[in-house]
Design a protein around this ligand. Structure first.
Ligand code: ATR
Length: 281
């Protein structure tokens, strides 16, 4: 029987997950189809319930439903419970298990693709939404020395700071030049805002000017389209190292693939399929 997988979000736009997950399933010889399941908020309960069917392996969950699905699941893995957000659901014989693979994806890209060890480092995190949460928990657990969280709505940054584990030395800042100019210097700057994202109202914008970027820093933009975002261009101008968002996207998907199938994901095949789709857009 052909198995089913899919991504639950709304709207789904040009989600790359169906493209690279299908390529990985085909490459691994797994008889499964990965579909796009655009789901308006009022249809989330039915959609999640449908994942209990025996032919369904599970699903990915994306904006805006990562928090809404929680109450419809039977079990939560530790990280999903701590963060309060699920991006991967696994169907285990009719029981639904929630996971958050964004944290693992974020950290794997940082360590493997940039060779960066966050322990003892000074970090500036831009944004305080769902993606920022995953980054902040990963960085706090990895033992960063300090974590400044800057957001347009500073109250959200304060809430994120308050939710982090004991011992994480973090503070909230407004996302403005004046406030940021008095912070730092940072070893790592991470952008989780949607500024610079292709197709958004803020395409072409950077959350940080080159003058605020230390030459020795690593700048990690989790926006993956375009691959060279305005922030990464500013970072290069400042002489900083850069890391784009595609590796995080692929690695969070690779971890989900492993949870659904029990098979190690072919990440090379996934990168290739995703890059091809991005070029074709
Ligand atoms: P995600 O789950 O992808 O992180 P989100 O929860 O909607 O999505 O978070 C989007 C982030 O981008 C937030 O930090 C948001 O700032 P606010 O909390 O102030 O809304 C940030 N963001 C979006 N548009 C922005 C803009 N034009 N200027 C500055 N920050 C922006």
């Amino acid at each position: 029987m052909t198995k089913l997988l899919g991504i639950i979000g709304y709207p789904l736009g040009h989600s790359l997950s169906p493209v690279f997950q299908q390529a990985a399933l085909d490459h691994a010889g797994i008889d499964a189809r990965y579909e796009a399941w655009p789901t308006p908020p009022d249809q989330v309960p039915q959609r999640v319930r449908s994942l209990r069917e025996p032919d369904v392996l599970g699903a990915n969950v994306t904006v805006p439903h990562k928090e809404a699905v929680l109450s419809h699941l039977d079990r939560l893995a530790d990280m999903a419970r701590r963060i309060g957000a699920v991006n991967t659901i696994v169907n285990r014989n009719g029981a639904l298990e929630g996971h958050n693979t964004d944290v693992a994806g974020f950290m794997r890209a940082l360590r493997e693709d940039a060779g960066f060890d966050p322990r003892g480092k000074r970090v500036l995190l831009l944004g305080a939404g769902g993606a920022a949460k995953a980054a902040a928990f990963g960085l706090a657990d990895a033992g960063v020395a300090w974590l400044a969280i800057a957001n347009r709505t500073v109250e959200r940054a304060r809430e994120l700071v308050a939710s982090l584990p004991e011992g994480a030395s973090s503070r909230a800042l407004p996302l403005d030049h004046g406030a940021l100019a008095t912070d730092g210097p940072w070893d790592l700057i991470v952008n989780t805002t949607t500024l610079g994202m292709a197709g958004s109202a803020a395409a072409g914008e950077t959350p940080l000017e080159a003058s605020l970027i230390p030459g020795g820093a690593l700048v990690y933009d989790i926006v993956y389209n375009p691959e060279a975002t305005p922030l990464l261009a500013a970072a290069r101008k400042a002489g900083a190292r850069t890391l784009g968002g595609l590796p995080m996207l692929i690695y969070q998907g690779a971890e989900a693939f492993r949870l659904w199938t029990g098979v190690e994901a072919p990440v090379g095949v996934m990168f290739e399929a995703a890059r091809k789709a991005l070029r074709g857009q």
